[in-house]
Write a protein of this length. Structure first.
Length: 245
C-alpha cells in the first residue's frame, strides 16, 4: 500500500493567535475523505509577527508536528525533502472541501499512481478551459473522471513525491515574498490533473483569500500595522525560533 501524509501550510494572519481557521480546514479534510493520516504543519510567522509566537504555541497544542518556515515556497520545498512518504497532500490553512468529492482518498491515490500523475488538484472553480487550464483533456480511470492539464495550482493538491522531485522541484524559486507556485510550474511539461471531468463543479472553497486580498488592497504602505511588523521583525522572529529549540 502506498503511503501518504498531510502537510498543512499556515502563517500568522489577522486572526492569529486563533487556530480556528486551520482547525476547520483539517476537520473539513477529515470529513471529506473519512481518513486519518499523519499531519505536519508548516508555519510562517509573517506578517502579524506580534501574535506569531502565541499562534505557534497554540498550534503545537493541537498538532503533533509544527515546523517553522520562512515563506510558503520554502516550507513547501522542505516538506517534500523531509518526507519519506510516497504521496503528500499539500493543503493551505483556509480551505473547505465540498460534497462534490465522491471518491475515497485510497481510490484517488490508486488513480494517481496508475495514471503516473505528478500533481493532482482539487479545483476552486468548475473545470472550465481557462488560464493555465486552457488545454483540458478529460479521461476516466475506473469510475473516477479527471482532466489532464498544463496548469499547476496552490489549490489543495496531492503530489507523487518522487516524480515531483524529478519533474517540478527544480522550477520552484524560494522567495520570502512568494505567494504561490502556479506561474513557476505551469506549462513546464509536468503531468498534472484535476479531479472531475470537464465542467465538473468546484470541489473546494477558498474561505479567506478574497477577504485577505481586499484588506491588503486597502491598507496603505504607511499603515501602523506594517510599520509595527517591520519594527518588531527581529524580536518576534527570535521568539518564534526559541519555541523550536
Amino acid at each position: 500500500m502506498k503511503s501518504i501524509e498531510l502537510h498543512v501550510f499556515t502563517n500568522s494572519t489577522i486572526s492569529s493567535p486563533s487556530t480556528e481557521m486551520i482547525e476547520n480546514t483539517v476537520l473539513s479534510f477529515n470529513t471529506a475523505f473519512d481518513n486519518s493520516i499523519k499531519i505536519e504543519v508548516w508555519c510562517d510567522p509573517s506578517p502579524y509577527l506580534d501574535s506569531a509566537s502565541l499562534y505557534i504555541t497554540n498550534l503545537k497544542k493541537i498538532f503533533p508536528i509544527v515546523n517553522l518556515s520562512k515563506c510558503l515556497s520554502e516550507g513547501y520545498v522542505r516538506a517534500i525533502k523531509k518526507s519519506n512518504s510516497d504521496f503528500i497532500f499539500m493543503l493551505e490553512h483556509d480551505w473547505e472541501f465540498l460534497p462534490t468529492i465522491n471518491h475515497s482518498l485510497g481510490d484517488i491515490i490508486e488513480l494517481i499512481y496508475n495514471e503516473r500523475i505528478t500533481h493532482f488538484r482539487f479545483n476552486k472553480r468548475s473545470n472550465i478551459p481557462r488560464k493555465f487550464d486552457i488545454n483540458l483533456k478529460e479521461i476516466k480511470h475506473g469510475d473516477i473522471p479527471y482532466c489532464l492539464t498544463d496548469g499547476v495550482s496552490n489549490n489543495p493538491h496531492i503530489i507523487d513525491r518522487k516524480k515531483y522531485i524529478q519533474e517540478a522541484l527544480k522550477f520552484i524559486e524560494i522567495s520570502e515574498k512568494s505567494q504561490g507556485i502556479e506561474k513557476q510550474l505551469s506549462n513546464q511539461g509536468i503531468r498534472a490533473a484535476i479531479y472531475g471531468g470537464k465542467y465538473y463543479p468546484a470541489t473546494v472553497l477558498h474561505k479567506d483569500g478574497k477577504r485577505t486580498r481586499k484588506l491588503n488592497a486597502k491598507t496603505p504602505l504607511w499603515s501602523p500595522l506594517i510599520r509595527s511588523a517591520k519594527n518588531h521583525l527581529s524580536k518576534s522572529f527570535d521568539k518564534c525560533v526559541d519555541l523550536f529549540k
